[in-house]
Write a protein of this length. Structure first.
Lengths: 589, 233
């Protein structure tokens, strides 16, 4: 029989960005809170200290900050006719592990969605008619608007410490910022970081082409900064070790740098690591949860943690898995369209061009994860979907990051992959290449969904979650359009050699190469209980005292990195809990 | 210093000489020269690999990153030591991976690692299978072949033309990946000896502090690498 812990007001499942936000905001209401974290504890000191953190093999290649598939993984198939096979070793996506979650090892790109992306179905219908929506695409509107979300985006940017340049402050377009972004009530908390050589070349080429370059919005401190919780960041020194690493110098935005030390000082907050939640327990009437059952790895036993409110704030895939295992909704059936859990799993459609300049020096190791200049001239709200034949868009970026040689050794096509030719190639080209990336939207489709696997089990005997996912023509057409527009721009920069990498029609999902850890959907927000798993406040339709936060809420993925929207939605949710739910616990919609 | 293809001149010399690097013509700072030289590759006692496997890894990595031309080869970088230590550790045993059955080793490559074997077992079964193909094709095992034949054999292995069992299908893929890892990883893992690979391409290793460098456009960074343990080169 499970050990039982003392009841808490709130139990938080997963102590990454959204769990930390829920913790610190609900602490202010005087609630007794415990956070349960599956992984280990980790802090800037000692876990991310110099020089041990500057280890490409350990963190960049052996992925020691990441969730181990031996702990938890999924099975993957490309369509309903295939047998799903386990994602046994990490490749395509890298969920985090331990306190801070994926927020410790991200690159720091912090975007807001465009207003049109939050009401994309309506935007399409108004401009081109619903008939341009391809069959099988579950195109939707978010049940929250950009205007409702704006204060929460702004607040998250202050907490996270974002550097950038506003392009639209209360409707006034500002030179040098992104003219196509949604309105901002204020400029960024910090000015942009310095511009590296590749970024400045890209910027010049964009200006010459009539585009509108602006600095990437970066969760990377450009100055000394203190956030609203009193947490301090120091300016980034472009060490180059962001993605897959913890930041050794308090410059990259993360739960550690932005929230956790302030949260740990709260007397009504505690957290337990190596505490892996196995399921949410529902009351007999199925309308509320009574708490969660978790596995205490240190004690080697199951524990029941009763609580009045359950916050699911683990990684998107793990949130959906827990909800499926706990009956927090019905599993989505792509044939009937019934059920909501696992619906609208989406990803990201990316491509890029590499350029080689044999006489120029880019020092690719000088950079940070959110370095660079961007353009939004080919973004969702700039594209004529009807004329172009796809729904979506992308932002482009150029800026050095991850210039470490095991993972980042771009060589001109035709260079041998080993032998004397390879060795000559690395000597000739390392440090003499730059790239432009296209980071594109990914729509939701009936064919791409999550459910429980019939065969494979985890250590606790629970079924693994099964991902059914493949690339779809709409997004591939978008990607090919970006190729057709990016290649002439790259050519205008006169590289000695250039080459493109864009998936085309017929591309099959390959789990081996790293693509992105922007897994979205599966417990999407909706205006009514038949279309999604949670309402606009991330409150589950099934049990009103269970809130599920994170990118699982995304109706379809945007063209941007998800953290800005994840953070904004988390603040939107905790605001609703504080101002509407605590005084009268009930379904808020 | 160049190698003469087909003659066992330089590689044998390097293997035989613990002081091979100091004599190879690369300038080394005083700090590096005063460190005791590590055991020569010929005298090295592998942690995981058997003698036959070690001979194969020495011979194969010497072709994957040859000694001739600019920059160190895999043997100068002590890549075989790196591979041995990795296979003896939690990479070799796939401790972090999900290895529960059922396994479908014949699944198409895009489905990822599906063999029931861990990387250490793939080397253990892949080396004799490949050597058997070399015996059949060239009447000698891989390590005894001439460099040109070795290159030909490795090319066939890379292209999937040697008829390996599905369970070890990814042998060449991990052999090549591990070779490059050992070439570029921090020296604490046994390869990238004296950071020669970093010196060769101009990567500054664990310096990780470039505050004034983002705005120095098109200027080559001047300092050589440091390692995690504080060595300089």
């Amino acid at each position: 029989m499970a050990r039982q812990e003392k009841k808490k007001d709130v139990v938080i499942v997963g102590l990454g960005w959204t769990g930390s936000i829920a913790g610190i905001e609900l602490c202010r209401e005087g609630l007794e809170i415990v956070a349960l974290e599956r992984g280990h504890d980790q802090s800037t000191v000692p876990n991310f200290e110099y020089p041990q953190q500057i280890d490409e093999l350990k963190y960049g290649v052996r992925l020691k900050m990441m969730q181990k598939p031996s702990q938890q993984t999924v099975t993957v198939r490309r369509n309903d006719g295939e047998t799903a096979l386990p994602y046994r070793s990490l490749g395509s996506f890298l969920p985090g592990n331990g306190v801070g979650g994926a927020g410790t090892h991200w690159n720091g790109l912090n975007w807001r969605p465009q207003p049109e992306e939050l009401r994309l179905r309506s935007y399409v219908a108004e401009n081109w008619g619903e008939e341009i929506i391809p069959e099988g695409m579950n195109l939707g509107d978010y049940p929250v608007s950009y205007d409702e979300m704006e204060p929460f985006f702004t607040h998250f940017e202050k907490v996270a410490g974002i550097s950038g340049k506003a392009g639209n402050v209360n409707g006034e377009i500002r030179e040098g910022g992104n003219p196509f972004e949604g309105w901002r009530s204020e400029d960024y908390p910090m000015p942009p970081t310095a511009t590296t050589y590749d970024s400045s070349k890209f910027q010049e080429a964009c200006l010459a082409a009539g585009y509108h370059p602006f600095p990437a919005p970066a969760g990377i401190a450009s100055t000394a900064y203190t956030n609203p919780y009193g947490m301090q960041m120091g300016p980034c020194n472009f060490c180059g070790f962001c993605e897959r690493y913890g930041c050794y110098q308090y410059s990259k935005s993360s739960p550690q740098t932005a929230i956790l030390d302030a949260l740990k000082m709260q007397p009504n907050f505690s957290y337990r690591t190596e505490s892996e939640v196995l399921r949410v327990e529902l009351a007999e009437d199925g309308k509320t949860a009574t708490g969660v059952t978790y596995w205490d790895h240190k004690a080697g036993e199951e524990v029941f943690q009763p609580a009045d409110i359950v916050i699911l704030s683990s990684y998107q895939l793990n949130n959906v898995h827990l909800m499926l295992l706990s009956g927090l909704g019905e599993a989505y059936n792509p044939l009937t369209g019934m059920g909501t859990l696992g619906k609208n799993y989406a990803y990201q459609m990316n491509g890029g061009v590499s350029m080689f300049f044999k006489d120029e020096n880019f020092n690719p190791f000088v950079g940070h994860g959110a370095n660079g200049m961007c353009i939004d001239d080919f973004s969702v709200n700039q594209n004529d979907f009807g004329a172009l034949g796809f729904i979506g868009g992308s932002y482009w970026r150029s800026g050095t990051f991850n210039g470490q040689p095991i993972r980042n050794m771009p060589l001109p096509k035709g260079t041998a992959s080993w032998g004397a030719g390879w060795k000559e190639g690395i000597g000739e080209w390392y440090g003499h290449a730059m790239s432009i990336g296209s980071h594109g939207s990914h729509m939701s489709y009936a064919n791409n969904h999550l459910d429980l696997d019939p065969t494979y089990k985890d250590k606790h005997g629970r079924p693994l979650m099964r991902m059914t996912f493949n690339w779809q023509d709409n997004d591939l057409r978008m990607n090919q359009y970006m190729k057709s527009q990016m290649e002439p721009l790259a050519a205008s920069m006169n590289p000695d050699v250039m080459q493109s990498g864009f998936k085309g029609i017929g591309a099959q999902y390959d789990v081996r190469p790293y693509q992105t850890t922007h897994n979205t959907g599966g417990h999407i927000m909706s205006a009514n209980p038949t279309e999604g798993a949670v309402n606009k406040f991330s409150q589950t339709w099934k049990a009103h005292n269970v809130f599920a936060m994170g990118a699982g809420n995304f109706v379809q993925n945007t063209q941007y990195n998800p953290t800005g929207l994840v953070g904004g939605l988390a603040y939107h949710t905790v605001h609703a809990i504080r101002t509407q739910y605590l005084s009268n616990p009930r379904p808020l919609v | 210093m160049t190698d003469i293809p087909g003659l066992p001149s330089r590689r044998s010399f390097l293997k035989a000489s613990a002081a091979g690097m100091a004599l190879s013509g690369l300038a080394l700072p005083a700090a590096a020269q005063t460190k005791p030289a590590p055991v020569s590759l010929d005298d090295y006692s592998p942690e995981y690999l058997t003698a036959d496997e070690w001979a194969f890894v020495m011979a194969a990595t010497a072709r994957l990153i040859p000694s001739e031309g600019d920059g160190p080869g895999a043997l100068e970088a002590r890549v075989p030591v790196f591979i041995d230590l990795q296979l003896a550790g939690d990479y070799g045993t796939a401790d972090d991976w999900y290895m529960e059955g059922p396994h479908d080793a014949n699944a198409e490559p895009a489905r990822g690692w599906q063999t029931p074997l861990n990387p250490a077992q793939v080397y253990r079964q892949g080396i004799p299978a490949f050597n058997a193909w070399c015996e059949e094709t060239y009447q000698a095992e891989f390590a005894a072949l001439e460099p040109a034949q070795q290159d030909e054999a490795l090319t066939a292995l890379q292209k999937g033309e040697v008829g390996l069992p599905a369970e070890v299908r990814d042998f060449f893929t991990i052999l090549l990946a591990n070779t490059k890892e050992g070439y570029f990883a921090d020296p604490q893992y046994g390869g990238n000896f004296e950071m020669q690979s970093w010196v060769y391409i101009g990567f500054p290793g664990a310096r990780a502090a470039f505050r004034e460098w983002p705005t120095r456009h098109n200027v080559k960074y001047p300092l050589g690498p440091v390692s995690i343990s504080g060595e300089r080169a």
